[in-house]
Write a protein of this length. Structure first.
Length: 304
């Protein structure tokens, strides 16, 4: 009887974690919409500064005890990943400002997941698995489909999204090593604070604050800050504490699909056949890269 109760309890916790991770993925996808709407009335760097400094403050206030015993050497361990995160988001926000296809941008950015094993091999000599190697040509074929008909020249945001994807891959790799020294939530707060600070410094030197910001625009900015950033990262950290990394990896892979779906509903975006082919190939590359985690996830579902 005790075993059955324990098994049932573990199953309940697993499903709870999966549902929270689905919500996290939806919040991440919604962040693309919130950000795009915010950029209609505020310069991109000022927007990044407000969003990420505000979200960092929310995280610190929500769990202050987690920050009291962090040593200076632990904070230093997180600085490289934080700076890389800031660089990636600075490029990403300009790509989002320029793009005509938010959904396509999400799929290009998701190429970062495929690049992570390659970056890990280059930086730390971590040997990629065969599935990781197979995912690369499939994803590159997807990028080639998006480039057919001089799409990259017609939409310069595609190139910026690709550069951001490379930087995000480096950021993910550095974060995986930094979290061994600095706990996840303080590391997240450091990354958000660094991004917001870098964006603010650049904004003060390059941009002008708008004379008027409407109430509707503030609603989009606040939604980006609280829902798509602070709540997203807090729930993601919480859910990953309840579940395995395999579950998180599989569910979070759905972000570009959710983003493209929301963009189609909110912005009435449509894709050409080549764009459909490119996005499908990029998603196939993600699935191949995550195939090991997907198999483990399916096995755990059967046990439940």
């Amino acid at each position: 009887m005790h075993t059955k109760v324990t098994t049932a309890s573990a199953s309940t916790i697993g499903w709870k974690a999966d549902l929270i991770l689905l919500l996290v993925t939806l919040l991440a996808a919604s962040g693309w919409i919130f950000s795009r709407e915010s950029l209609q009335g505020i310069p991109p760097l000022f927007f990044l500064a407000i969003r990420f400094l505000g979200a960092a403050a929310v995280l610190v206030v929500s769990a202050p005890r987690l920050f009291t015993h962090i040593q200076p050497r632990q904070w230093r361990a997180g600085i490289p990943s934080a700076l890389c995160f800031a660089a990636a988001l600075t490029i990403w926000i300009h790509a989002l400002l320029l793009t005509r296809h938010v959904g396509v941008g999400a799929f290009i950015t998701s190429f970062a997941i495929v690049l992570v094993p390659l970056v890990g091999w280059l930086l730390y000599r971590t040997r990629p698995l065969p599935a990781h190697l197979w995912s690369l040509p499939v994803s590159v074929a997807g990028l080639a489909c998006l480039g057919v008909g001089q799409q990259f020249e017609a939409d310069p945001s595609y190139s910026l999204f690709l550069v951001a994807a490379v930087l995000f891959a480096i950021h993910f790799t550095l974060t995986a090593h930094a979290v061994r020294s600095l706990p996840a939530l303080p590391l997240t707060a450091l990354q958000l604070t660094t991004t917001g600070t870098v964006a603010l410094m650049l904004a003060l030197s390059q941009e002008e604050w708008p004379a008027v910001i409407s109430l509707d625009l503030w609603c989009w900015i606040i939604a980006s800050l609280f829902l798509a950033t602070a709540m997203r990262f807090f729930l993601q950290t919480y859910a990953q504490g309840l579940s395995s990394a395999n579950h998180a990896a599989v569910i979070l892979t759905l972000e570009p699909v959710f983003t493209a779906s929301l963009a189609a509903l909110w912005f009435s975006e449509t894709l050409t056949p080549w764009q459909w082919a490119g996005c499908s190939a990029l998603f196939a590359g993600l699935i191949i890269a995550r195939s090991g985690q997907i198999r483990l996830w399916l096995k755990s579902l059967k046990r439940q």
